[in-house]
Design a protein around this ligand. Structure first.
Ligand code: NAD
Ligand code: MG
Length: 402
């Protein structure tokens, strides 16, 4: 068996992508970067290519791919530049790739992640949206192709660590009664509900404990992030939504817990730094250095826990409801959220419009669960259209959206 693992990072220029490269840099002889991908950030991908010399770099945007290729040739780099969404699937399935870091944001990650699963790779899943959209289909692709699925989301990584060990790739659930999914409550946990309509994108992306991409930062402020994580946990650990309890834990020190029938509760603690779950997934079942400072328990001093207020965090309730309704509703939830968050970041709608848009789109979603990829992608597109239409109509009415 070869010693060095071949790595493909889907979304290498994002927060998770950069953290992954930082961990890999501490273990250069154990990992070889085979492919890096980005949507449109030429400068950052160029810098990464020059440092890690991957075989392939994918820039989804065709014009920017050309700019990147020329810049790399000038720097005598051997990296081959590809473009388009098909190239993401191509690099995620390369024979030279052992591990795929799934760190594209949003629905755009679904097809490349599925390609990695079908090619039997170790899929290190940060892109929760793809699992929310495709649930059983994705889990089946992992099982049917002897792929491995390791959660990167800090909560799910913590749950994975606190769960009984999987046997032959199947999650053992002996004695598990409940999953306690923790979340900080975001930056507006204590802000008056009446003033939430005045929240600006700049305020929403300033998370108290974590440094993250813009979309997930807004999701953390609405707690849609926790809602998506509830659905993610149901699929990853094969538990029902009623076995998941969301716990607000403002310090973000406990990353989640698992309750057992004998009264035990197992927790994973650590500083809020994504390099810990990334290192865990890269080395599993071993442990390697991540570059994260050791937790000083005396620095933490106290751990607080609160029940979520579903009135303040309407998006969290919508996610529970959507998962209960079925797969189509979960796709609609995710699609409407992506459109609403992008519109909020673009200052087209208010922070408090986000749940209204999602609710409206959910009302139009069919019941049941799609069982093939075409139906999943079709529902994603029609829910995005529906959200866009609703925003347009809302903006044309006086006193509705800004
Ligand atoms: P980010 O916005 O910082 O980076 C996103 C990456 O995806 C970039 O490399 C970008 O080029 C790429 N990308 C964006 N749109 C694309 C498209 N249409 N096609 C192809 N590539 C595209 O996001 P992030 O914070 O790194 O989050 C990435 C994923 O990880 C998200 O699904 C997020 O929910 C999840 N996640 C992030 C964190 C965190 O701490 N940042 C924690 C848990 C889970
Ligand atoms: Mg998380």
């Amino acid at each position: 068996m070869k010693h060095s693992k071949g790595i493909c990072i889907l979304g290498s220029t994002g927060t998770i992508g950069v953290n992954t490269l930082n961990v890999i840099s501490l273990h250069n002889s154990d990992f070889t970067v085979i492919a890096l991908t980005a949507n449109s950030n030429v400068e950052k991908l160029k810098e990464q290519c020059l440092k890690y010399q991957p075989l392939y770099a994918v820039m989804v945007d065709h014009n920017k791919a050309e700019v990147l290729q020329q810049a790399l040739v000038k720097s005598s780099s051997q990296t081959k530049v590809l473009s388009g969404t098909d190239s993401l699937e191509f690099v995620a399935s390369l024979d030279a790739v052992d591990y795929v870091m799934a760190a594209i944001v949003g629905a755009a990650g679904l097809l490349p992640n599925l390609a990695a699963a079908k090619a039997g790779k170790r899929v290190m899943l940060a892109n929760k949206e793809s699992l929310v959209m495709s649930g059983k289909l994705f889990m089946d692709a992992i099982a049917d192709n002897a792929a491995e699925l390791l959660p990167i989301d800090s909560e799910h990584n913590a749950i994975f660590q606190a769960m009984p060990r999987p046997v032959n790739g199947i999650q053992e659930k002996q004695g598990v009664t409940k999953i306690l999914l923790t979340g900080s409550g975001g930056p507006f946990r204590e802000r008056s509900i009446d003033s939430l309509q005045d929240v600006t994108p700049e305020q929403a992306v300033a998370h108290p404990n974590w440094v993250m991409g813009q979309k997930i930062s807004v999701d953390s402020a609405t707690m849609m992030n926790k809602g998506l994580e509830v659905i993610e946990a149901c699929w990853l650990f094969d538990v029902s939504v009623d076995q998941i309890q969301v716990v607000i834990h403002p310090q973000s020190t406990i990353h989640s817990m698992v309750s057992y029938t004998d009264g035990s509760v197992l927790a994973q603690l650590g500083n809020p730094d994504m390099r810990t779950p990334i290192a865990y997934a890269l080395a599993y079942p071993k442990r390697i250095e991540s570059g994260v400072e050791q937790l000083d328990i005396f620095d933490v001093a106290r751990l607080d826990f609160e029940k979520p207020d579903y009135h303040r965090y309407r998006c969290l309730q919508l996610a529970f409801d959507a998962h209960r309704s079925g797969g189509y509703a979960s796709i609609a939830l995710n699609a409407a959220n992506e459109i609403a968050v992008a519109s909020f970041l673009d200052k087209q709608i208010k922070f408090t419009d986000i749940p209204l848009i999602i609710e409206n789109v959910l009302e139009q979603a069919p019941s049941g669960t799609p069982n093939n990829i075409d139906d999943i992608l079709g529902q994603n597109l029609s829910s995005r259209d529906c959200a866009n239409r609703y925003i347009k109509v809302g903006r044309s009415k006086v006193n509705s959206f800004i």
